[in-house]
Design a protein around this ligand. Structure first.
Ligand code: HXC
Length: 510
């Protein structure tokens, strides 16, 4: 008969994963072990493990490859007192590679999280599909990622290799966290690339955190250390509800709801050609000036992220005049569209800080498909039924009126503008060139005539009061009052319900 002593011995063995030597190697490569990671992530003594004694049952592998847990530590725990389901791949066991038993444990975590309505967190450090076990077992995980999408938040933390088909589970989740110098994500590694195309590239340059933060847009948050990364995961989770049927948890604040910010009065420079930093406006308005920016190094012409207003989470989408004058382009449209859909799926109201001259012109953009990519953002805004408020800081012209959800025709609930706002179908310079082409050409001094006409157009058409008279905007507000305006507006909208025709699902132009 087995005894408690035996249980404790077996537990000790399981906790060592691939054994002391492999743990030493893991630490020497600058990485934490799966269990150390879980300890950093969850509240003390809250981790409940499932499947600790699972081993692979493959007859193609020797018995010396059987390790308790089969290379993944799985279970549930609490983060800031709230339930999460999680798994951490254990690189010390067969390189964290994914065999059938390993995959089944991850699937169990996913299934339970969806049934219970709690977020799923995957900690990934793996050589991909376990080569000796033959056909990959990722399919069931991908399938469950999709079933869980929009039901519970799904977060992936890449803290080691994430290669081959293994990249697609994180890719199907909502947020990917990476750590500089440790995370590597690629479909095919440097050796395969060299063999197939002859290209020479290092693993870091191919799939390191920097590349995915700046170039591919795969990473949402990059940290310098694993410790910072786990802190960022907790921070982000704090803005989210546990599932789509809940509202995000309110975090009480001492920041007064009627706080005015005098700095906002002078943020927008009087010279329309001069840029300013929209992030400062976002920070000025949010509770305790705190804003968690997502994908801050990718498509920097648009800012996305989470803040709180009177303790309630909001998703912020803001044009950044410092980059491409805040134009919309392919990458910024896709970045914003995905974020809008996430917020809508999880009952997070959306606030737009707008200053956008339109879509970035050029053959690169047209050939790259700005038409179909730009449509994603329009689709996402129109589809969203959460409370939606837009504030125009400076300019908004033409198609971007809908593209940035200033127009109420795309379902925006409230649109406010600052006195500095220019709202018109076209920018003053472009409009004057069309409307007064003949006068300018025939004038003795075309440049001065154009300038005069531009000023006149700006006065007569591109100002907030024309738009307000036409009913395009609901309020013209003082910049310092943006915070109280938004808090009141969100309070009025908090019980908003909007029903759309039933359908199987939409056909977003992917
Ligand atoms: C089995 C694996 C493995 C794998 C690593 N190991 N990857 N075992 N299957 N996929 C084992 C190694 O043999 C080694 O075992 C241990 O893990 C540590 O690996 P090292 O190579 O020593 O570590 P390191 O130098 O840090 O390199 C890590 C690595 C490299 C970059 C991940 O191991 C590697 O390139 N592995 C293969 C990655 C890959 O191509 N995966 C794609 C699989 S196909 P010992 O016993 O020596 O400690 C796939 C398709 C799925 O994923 C399709 C789904 C639809």
């Amino acid at each position: 008969m087995s005894t408690t002593k035996e249980l404790l011995e077996r537990t000790e063995k399981a906790k060592l994963g691939g054994g002391p030597d492999k743990i030493k190697k893991q630490h020497a490569s600058g990485k934490l072990t799966a269990r150390e990671r879980i300890d950093l992530l969850v509240d003390e003594s809250t981790f409940d493990e499932m499947g600790m004694f699972v081993t692979h049952q493959s007859n193609r592998m020797g018995s010396d490859t059987k390790y308790y847990g089969d290379g993944v530590v799985a279970g549930s725990g609490k983060i800031d007192g709230r339930l999460v389901f999680l798994y951490a791949q254990d690189f010390t066991v067969l390189g964290g590679s994914l065999g059938e038993a390993h995959a089944k444990k991850i699937c169990q975590v996913q299934d339970m999280a969806v049934k219970v309505g709690a977020p799923i967190i995957g900690i990934i450090d793996s050589g991909g599909a376990r080569i000796q076990e033959g056909l990959g077992h990722y399919g069931g995980i991908f399938f469950r990622n999709v079933v869980a999408a929009g039901v519970v938040p799904q977060l992936s933390i890449i803290v080691g290799p994430c290669a081959g088909g293994g990249v697609y589970s994180p890719a199907l989740t909502d947020f990917i966290f990476m750590v500089d110098g440790i995370s590597r994500m690629h479909i095919t590694g440097p050796a395969v690339i060299r063999a197939v195309t002859g290209e020479e590239i290092t693993a870091e340059k191919l799939g390191g955190a920097k590349v995915h933060a700046t170039c591919s847009g795969v990473a949402h948050i990059v940290s310098a250390t694993e410790q910072d990364c786990f802190a960022a995961v907790k921070d982000l989770l704090g803005y989210l509800p546990s599932n789509c049927n809940e509202r995000p948890h309110r975090k009480p604040t001492k920041d007064p709801v009627d706080r005015l910010d005098e700095g906002l009065e002078t943020l927008v420079p009087p010279n329309p050609k001069k840029a300013y930093n929209m992030r400062l406006a976002v920070e000025a308005v949010m509770d305790d000036n705190k804003f968690l920016e997502i994908q801050n190094d990718f498509a920097r012409n648009i800012i996305i992220g989470f803040g709180r207003l009177n303790g309630c989470s909001v998703g912020v989408i803001a044009n950044q005049p410092l980059v491409y004058a805040g134009c919309l382009d392919i990458n910024s449209s896709v970045k914003a569209a995905r974020f809008i859909r996430f917020c809508d799926a999880f009952q997070i109201p959306i606030v737009n800080f707008v200053d956008c001259p339109g879509y970035l012109p050029g053959s690169n953009q047209e050939f790259g498909g700005i038409i179909r990519h730009g449509a994603k953002m329009l689709y996402a805004y129109s589809e969203a039924t959460v409370p939606r408020i837009s504030i125009v800081f400076r300019k908004i012209y033409g198609g971007a009126l809908s593209g940035m959800a200033v127009s109420k025709y795309v379902g925006t609930d409230l649109t406010a503008v600052l006195p500095t706002a220019e709202i018109a179908i076209m920018g003053p310079e472009a409009a004057v060139n069309v409307l007064y082409k003949k006068e300018i050409a025939e004038s003795a001094d075309p440049a001065t005539t154009r300038l005069k006409l531009t000023e006149q157009y700006r006065r007569d058409f591109a100002n907030p009061y024309v738009a307000a008279e036409d009913g395009w905007v609901d309020a013209v507000i003082e910049p310092r009052k943006i915070r109280p305006f938004l808090i009141t507006a969100l309070d009025r909208l908090k019980d908003k319900k909007e029903l759309r025709p039933a359908k199987r699902h939409g056909t977003i132009p992917l």
